[in-house]
Write a new protein. Structure first.
Length: 390
């Protein structure tokens, strides 16, 4: 046999030997392990699951602000100093707010005039105020010696004021103003606590291992637990039923969710972020039918206020395209908006401008007068309060 024949014969032998070894190993290989058992059912969704429970907002893009119909409304500066927590007063004909410099609770008329003092207890470095819907009490959040404290201040009675648990992380009043809900770390979990309007008769109604929820009390028996928003991370919103004492998932797998509950308790408006943390159009979600509709503007839901009958929405809407991670950069103060004021009819989805040429104002803390004649808001940059006549 010549050299070529020997090489060919040897190569064939090696191929046959290799095939035999592979066949042997395959036959001897152990069967694949069984799949892991399914986890027990849970009310919490899997964060990062690819099946969203709300639409991704990839529908019709919002109408550019410049193309919206509408006309200018008169705008005045109602309060020309840096204040905290502006709201409509008890009589619906006045404004309540706190002075940032000393925490005094103040009252003025709807034009910002005739200022009087409700309480003159000095509270230093106030940066947030949560008013009871009855406007007889307010929770003041402030700094003292580098520690954040929460103080329940009375405004209409002689009942003593009192400190709330300093470890609480979020607080909301019930719609009738007679109770409060807050989140409190307990034994490695976050407890949902209900107390009366004086901060007494405390009871824990729910616990969760998730530490970064905020709380919103949107109807008599519905409390929402909303994860703190980031445009680069999935949000989770749980709906807690006070009667049934159980939670269900309202929204998940959408980034940067910021919610605003309707006064009649029927639904919420929320903002969210898409790819790269870029904001998407507002959405209206009904609680009873679990339906979601996309609204024609893009803004942060915190810049909006419902009409008293929940049929219209008034929002500060950035006039320029938002190209930053939202709401992260806005909350950090690294991003500031120049807003137009837009009115949205929630039944038809029609939007119209009611303030296009206003100064460079960044809308926060918006609310309406009881007769819907005035839209009030605070400028995030200066802390001053402005009024648009509707």
């Amino acid at each position: 046999m010549n050299r070529v024949g020997i090489l060919i014969f040897g190569a064939l032998g090696l191929l046959l030997l290799g095939a035999g070894v592979i066949t042997y190993l395959t036959l001897r290989a152990p069967p694949p392990p069984p799949p892991p058992p399914a986890p027990p059912p849970s009310e919490l969704p899997i964060i990062g699951d690819q099946t969203p429970t709300a639409p991704p907002g990839a529908g019709t893009p919002p109408t550019p602000i410049a193309a919206l119909p509408g006309a200018e409304r008169p705008l005045i500066q109602a309060i020309d100093k840096d204040i905290v927590g502006p709201t409509l007063g008890r009589d619906k004909q006045s404004l309540f707010y706190a002075l940032r410099e000393n925490g005094h609770l103040m009252q003025a008329d709807l034009e910002g005039r005739n200022e009087t003092t409700l309480t003159n207890l000095t509270v230093p470095e106030v940066f947030d105020v949560a008013w009871s819907p009855l406007k007889t009490r307010a929770v003041l959040v402030y700094h003292e010696a580098g520690v954040v404290k929460k103080f329940l201040q009375q405004t209409a009675t002689t009942s003593p004021s009192r400190f709330l648990p300093q470890a609480l992380t979020s607080l909301a009043w019930s719609p009738d103003g007679r109770q409060m809900a807050y989140l409190l770390p307990q034994g490695g979990k976050s407890a949902l606590v209900i107390a009366d309007q004086n901060g007494k008769n405390v009871r824990t109604v729910y616990q969760t291992p998730i530490p970064d929820f905020t709380v919103q009390w949107v109807s008599a028996n519905t409390i929402l637990l909303v994860s703190r928003p980031s445009g680069l991370a999935p949000s989770l919103v749980l709906r807690f039923d006070l009667k049934a004492r159980r939670t269900t998932t309202l929204l998940s797998n959408i980034a940067g969710a910021v919610l605003l509950g309707a006064p009649d308790g029927t639904g919420v408006v929320y903002s969210a972020s898409g790819r790269g943390g870029r904001p998407e159009p507002l959405r209206l979600h009904t609680l009873k039918g679990a339906t979601t509709a996309t609204l024609p503007v893009t803004t942060v839901a915190e810049k909006c206020a419902f009409s008293p009958d929940s049929k219209r929405l008034y929002c500060g809407v950035p006039r320029a395209t938002i190209r930053a991670v939202t709401p992260d950069e806005w909350y950090r103060g690294a991003l500031s908006f120049v807003d137009a004021i837009v009115k949205i009819d929630l039944a038809s989805g029609r939007a119209e401008i009611i303030g296009r040429g206003i100064p460079a104002l960044d809308v926060i803390s918006p609310f309406l007068s009881a007769d819907e004649k005035f839209f009030f808001f605070q400028d995030k940059k200066t802390g001053t309060v402005w009024r648009v006549q509707l």
